[in-house]
Design a protein around this ligand. Structure first.
Ligand code: M6R
Length: 600
């Protein structure tokens, strides 16, 4: 949540900062702001709302030319999303300015002490305490003041700081919030995420917790909070700048939905090699999956896969629940942390907790170099490329694919399935991308269903067995981008409560693909029909009978139920997408959400 970017170099800073912010807007879009240093002053421009609003306000009140600055796009935590609470924040003497991503947990205590000392606060944010603390400790050395301030701070932060007294440097630091330092031609950057710097350079340093970076025209230095210099270690980013473009699609989400067959092919080719080479711990007593949101739903599918094939007990926990109870974890527990961003605060904390209790942590992650990947014993990358749409799509099916490959390999290595069966499963998995392509070709039919249902006041999604998590995911997709209340349920649970909701105003999406318990889903469908619920079914090609009792049928290719979550996800994503578009919603940037949830 929140994106920060900073630039120092020989180009005009403002356009570089604004274009960096645009690439980070998925991290929060409640307000945006910049601070540039010029003519012995810090000049701040900020505006509530999206980056376009900031640009408008800069047009009305241009900032002077500068070759150094910091910028911020906000997802509000403390204080309403208005101009005064927008970053960057200024010190009392207006000489120091700070942008921040994270939460300063002890800010109230620090704020009260600073107020007693005469500091004047203008915003309701936790961040403002940082700029006043730095001002308090400033004695002509910005780095020293930042270090002194950060020693007192509890919580999470990635910060960028500038001062008009030192107009040739940016000081940055992190603790539990992501931050990279990047080197371009005669220029240096800080950013919350790689896409912000892709158009300029490829050499990056992933800053570690409690490290401070000092960027100047002449170079970069990294220090710890004891002011000891740390060796520089640059990584080369291989990500294609094109990945962060819409490529002619109306929205990132639609583009990312369409990328799924390609992602899956790539993952099967590259990921499988890695999984095959991986040696599972000799003794595994049980598996625990920790994740949030969509990644949690992928974990639930993972449970069905691993339990069915590898015959190991799996429990799937929401990271935020896992971290605060007393989970039963031993050194023989295999913990799998799933996260697209690798920066989700709760999942990171859950992984740390599991490691503290002696477990080995494998992560399934999309973002290379993210915090989770650096703290895991082993990482399986989802290789999905940057996912910019706030609603997760391609990362979800890629997470599923990793679970399939991991589950199959684990089953094979535990001798629960034969070499022949293992090869057979992999062969079927290899056919899924072309089936996904077929689904994408039917997008017009799905858009038509969406058009006929976009005015429904609420939706129920029902699934059984391995597609129960698909129902949860379908509901999450719809509610987060269209704001229509939607619930996902195990179809067998319908009679235990949700059936009370059903009437002619309720749209009910039933995942009714071919399976051994298909007839059970048909019974549910009949019960909904008898109560006038508006039925939509996702059914397998060739199922002609379903048309007799369901008016709206979305087709997916016939395949083994075991792999069907990889297919069913696509029409669910497209249904949500087209409904949201019909309702005029901002699909890529739904209200109140941010792509990576770096605070609890
Ligand atoms: O980056 P992560 O996978 O850890 O993110 C977890 C959730 O925040 C994320 O899946 C969220 O639920 C998405 N907006 C769902 O589309």
């Amino acid at each position: 949540m929140c994106g920060i970017v900073g630039y120092i170099g020989n180009k005009e800073a403002l356009p570089v900062l604004v274009s960096g912010l645009r690439r980070l807007e998925y991290r929060g879009y409640d307000s945006a702001g910049i601070a540039v240093v010029s003519g012995g002053r810090v000049h701040v421009r900020k505006a509530p709302g999206k980056i376009d609003a900031l640009i408008q306000s800069i047009k009305q009140d241009p900032a002077p030319q500068s070759f150094l600055g910091i910028a911020h796009t906000r997802w509000a935590t403390h204080g309403a999303p208005n101009k005064i609470n927008s970053h960057p924040h200024l010190s009392c003497d207006k000489k120091i300015s700070v942008v921040h991503n994270g939460i300063i947990e002890n800010y109230m205590k620090l704020k009260n002490a600073l107020i007693k000392e005469g500091h004047k606060f203008v915003s309701e944010t936790d961040t403002e305490v940082l700029v006043h603390l730095i001002e308090k400790y400033y004695r002509g050395d910005l780095k020293a003041a930042v270090i002194a301030a950060l020693r007192l701070v509890e919580g999470s932060f990635a910060i960028g700081v500038v001062s008009s007294d030192e107009p040739d440097k940016i000081v940055a630091a992190r603790q539990d919030s992501p931050l990279i330092v990047a080197q371009g031609k005669d220029s240096y950057f800080i950013a919350s995420d790689v896409p912000a710097i892709l158009e300029h350079c490829r050499r990056v340093i992933y800053l570690k917790d409690r490290q401070v970076a000092v960027l100047s025209q002449g170079g970069v230095g990294i220090y710890d909070l004891n002011n000891r210099k740390v060796a520089l270690k640059f990584d080369k980013v291989t990500m294609d700048a094109q990945c962060a473009q819409k490529d002619g699609f109306a929205h990132f989400m639609l583009k990312e939905i369409h990328e799924q067959p390609r992602v899956l092919k790539r993952l099967i080719a590259a990921g499988l090699k890695e999984i095959t080479a991986f040696e599972f711990p000799k003794k595994i007593s049980n598996v625990v999956v920790v994740a949030c949101g969509t990644a949690y739903h992928a974990g639930l599918v993972g449970k069905y896969i691993i339990e069915l094939l590898a015959r190991l007990p799996v429990w799937v926990d929401l990271s935020s629940e896992f971290r605060y109870r007393d989970p039963i974890i031993t050194k023989d527990t295999l913990v799998i942390a799933v996260s697209q961003s690798g920066e989700t605060a709760d999942t990171l904390a859950a992984a740390r907790e599991a490691k503290k209790r002696g477990a080995k942590v494998i992560s399934i992650c999309n973002v290379v170099g993210s915090s989770l990947t650096r703290e895991s014993n082993k990482v399986f990358y989802t290789l999905a490329g940057p996912e910019i749409g706030v609603a997760s799509t391609k990362a979800y099916t890629a997470q599923l694919a990793v679970f399939y490959m991991l589950g199959l390999r684990l089953a094979f290595s535990r001798k629960m399935i034969s070499a022949k069966a293992y090869a057979g499963y992999l062969k079927t998995l290899g056919r899924i991308p072309s089936m996904q392509e077929e689904i994408l070709r039917s997008k017009e039919a799905i858009a038509a269903v969406a058009k006929r249902h976009h005015n429904f006041g609420s939706f129920l999604f029902l699934g059984r067995n391995i597609n129960f998590p698909s129902a949860l995911e379908g509901a999450l997709k719809l509610k987060e981008i269209s704001y229509i209340p939607a619930e996902g349920y195990a179809a067998g649970e319908m009679k235990h409560g949700p059936i009370a909701l059903i009437d002619e105003y309720r749209a009910v999406v039933c995942i009714a693909v071919d399976s051994e318990i298909y007839s059970k889903m048909v019974s549910n469908i009949q019960e909904i029909k008898a109560r006038s619920g508006r039925l939509i079914a996702i059914a397998s090609d060739g199922n002609t009978s379903i048309k007799a009792y369901v008016p709206e049928v979305i087709r997916v290719p016939k395949c083994d139920e075991f792999f069907s979550p990889l297919l069913v996800a696509l029409p669910l994503q497209m249904l949500a997408y087209y409904i949201a578009v019909q309702r005029g919603c901002n699909v890529d940037q739904p209200r109140n959400l941010a792509k990576s949830v770096t605070v609890e």
